[in-house]
Design a protein around this ligand. Structure first.
Ligand SMILES: NC(=O)C1=CN([C@@H]2O[C@H](COP(=O)(O)OP(=O)(O)OC[C@H]3O[C@@H](n4cnc5c(N)ncnc54)[C@H](O)[C@@H]3O)[C@@H](O)[C@H]2O)C=CC1
Ligand SMILES: O=C(O)C(=O)Cc1ccc(O)cc1
Length: 300
C-alpha cells in the first residue's frame, strides 16, 4: 500500500498508473504536478489526483513513491527540482521511453543516496493519445514493463518497483539500460519515425487530398502512431539518437533494396522479401483459431 504517491506529469502514462492504483485501493493520496495549471485541474476533475500542487518539490515532499511521467527531455529539470524535498526512503521511478538519457539526468541531479532510490522503468503499453483525458486504469494490464535496475539500487527498492507494476497487472522484466535503448530503437522508435515520415511524405504530394480520401485500412493501421504526441517523440529521437540512427540506416538500406527489386522488375526477389516478412509477422501475431468441437469438424 502506497501512503502518498507523487505524480509528476499527468498525462496518459502518469494518469493511467494513478487510476489503476486507485481502482484497486492501493494508494492513500495522490499529489500531482504538471507544468500547466489547466492539466492539474483537469487531472483532479478526472480523479487522477487528489491534490494538485504548484511545484515538483511540493509534490514529492512526504511521498513514499514518486513517479515521473513527463516527456524524456523534461526529466532532468524534474530531478533537479525534487532533490531538495525527497524523503530519504522514497522509491523514485519513471515511465520514460528512453533509459540512458534519463539515468544520466537522474545521476547529475540527485545525491548518491537519492540516485540509489531511483529504479528506472518503461511500460511497453500506450496509445497514440496523450494528456489526462487519454488515461485509463486498464492500460498496463497484461502488458510488459521493463525495469532497468542499476548496480546502485538496493534489492528492496527494485522489489518495490516490481511490486508496484505487478500490482496494476503488468508483467515485469529487467534489462540493462543500454540494451533497452538498443532494442526499443528497433521495436518502437523506428516504427514511429517510419509512420510519421510516411504521413509527412504523402501530405506533401500535390494530389494529397485524393491520396488520403482513398486510403484503405492498411494505411490506417500503419499510420495510427503518427497521431502520437510530436514533442514526446522529438524527445525520444534526440535522446536515443545513437541507437536510432543505425536502425534508421538499416531500414533505409532495406527500402533501397526493395526499390532496386521493383526497378529491375525482379518479381521473384520481391516475392521472396515479402514472404520472409509475412512469415515473421504471421508467427508474431498468430490469429486466434476459432474453437471447434471434435464432434463438429470445421467445414472446409
Ligand atoms: N504515450 C505512450 O504511449 C507512452 C509514453 N511513455 C513515456 O511516458 C512519458 C509520458 O508520456 P505520456 O503520458 O504519453 O505523455 P503525455 O503528454 O500524455 O503526458 C505528459 C505530461 O507531462 C507534463 N509535462 C511536460 N513537461 C513537464 C515538466 N517540465 N514538468 C512537469 N510536467 C511536465 C505534460 O503537461 C503532461 O501532463 C514519456 O516520457 C513517454 O516517453 C512510455 C510508454 C508509452
Ligand atoms: O501506440 C502504440 O502502439 C505505442 O507503441 C505506444 C507506445 C509509445 C511509446 C512507448 O515507449 C511505448 C509504447
Amino acid at each position: 500500500m502506497i501512503q502518498r504517491l507523487a505524480l509528476i506529469g499527468l498525462g496518459l502514462i502518469g494518469g493511467s498508473l494513478s487510476l489503476a492504483l486507485k481502482q484497486r485501493g492501493l494508494v492513500g493520496e495522490v499529489v500531482g504536478y504538471s507544468r500547466q495549471l489547466q492539466t492539474r485541474l483537469r487531472a483532479r476533475e478526472l480523479g487522477i489526483i487528489d491534490r494538485p500542487v504548484d511545484s515538483v518539490a511540493e509534490a514529492v515532499a512526504g511521498a513514499d513513491v514518486v513517479f515521473v511521467a513527463t516527456p524524456v527531455q523534461a526529466m532532468a529539470g524534474v530531478f533537479r527540482d525534487m532533490a531538495e524535498a525527497l524523503a530519504p526512503n522514497a522509491l523514485i521511478t519513471d515511465g520514460g521511453s528512453v533509459k540512458g538519457a534519463v539515468v544520466a539526468a537522474a545521476k547529475a541531479a540527485l545525491s548518491t543516496a537519492q540516485f540509489a532510490q531511483f529504479v528506472p522503468g518503461h511500460p511497453i503499453a500506450g496509445t497514440e493519445r496523450s494528456g489526462p483525458d487519454a488515461a485509463f486504469a486498464e492500460l498496463f494490464e497484461n502488458h510488459r514493463i521493463i525495469l532497468t535496475p542499476m548496480p546502485e539500487n538496493a534489492a528492496d527498492q527494485v522489489r518495490r518497483a516490481e511490486d508496484l507494476w505487478r500490482s496494476v497487472g503488468a508483467q515485469v522484466e529487467c534489462m540493462d539500460v543500454a540494451h533497452h535503448d538498443h532494442i526499443l530503437a528497433a521495436t518502437s522508435h523506428l516504427p514511429h519515425v517510419a509512420a510519421f515520415s510516411l504521413v509527412s511524405a504523402l501530405s506533401r504530394l500535390e494530389e494529397r487530398y485524393e491520396v488520403f480520401r482513398y486510403a484503405a485500412g492498411g494505411f490506417r493501421d500503419f499510420s495510427r502512431i503518427a497521431s502520437s504526441d510530436p514533442a514526446m517523440w522529438r524527445d525520444i529521437c534526440l535522446t536515443n539518437r545513437d541507437e536510432l540512427l543505425p536502425m534508421l540506416d538499416h531500414y533505409l538500406a532495406e527500402l533501397q533494396q526493395m526499390r532496386g527489386l521493383i526497378d529491375h522488375r525482379d518479381g521473384a526477389g520481391i516475392e521472396q522479401m515479402f514472404s520472409g516478412a509475412k512469415a515473421v509477422r504471421d508467427a508474431l501475431y498468430r490469429p486466434v483459431e476459432p474453437k471447434t468441437s471434435a464432434a463438429e469438424p470445421a467445414s472446409e
